[in-house]
Write a protein that binds this ligand. Structure first.
Ligand SMILES: [Zn+2]
Length: 57
């Protein structure tokens, strides 16, 4: 079964609450940077297949 992203184009930065644009190709564990506060963020997936961003220092 292919990995299907259940997020849209944006996830919220946990540090500054800005919407971080995503390409849709990111995989869980992948690091992205918040364009506003430059915090390194890791893409995480919950057991219910919801995606969120977590600080990844
Ligand atoms: Zn941020």
């Amino acid at each position: 079964m292919p990995l299907k992203a259940s997020y849209n184009d944006y996830l919220t930065c946990p540090m500054c609450d800005v919407e971080v644009p995503l390409s849709g190709d990111e995989r869980p564990g992948e690091q992205v940077f918040c364009p506003y506060c430059q915090t390194p963020l890791a893409l995480r997936r919950t057991k219910t297949d919801e995606y969120y961003l977590e600080e990844d220092y």
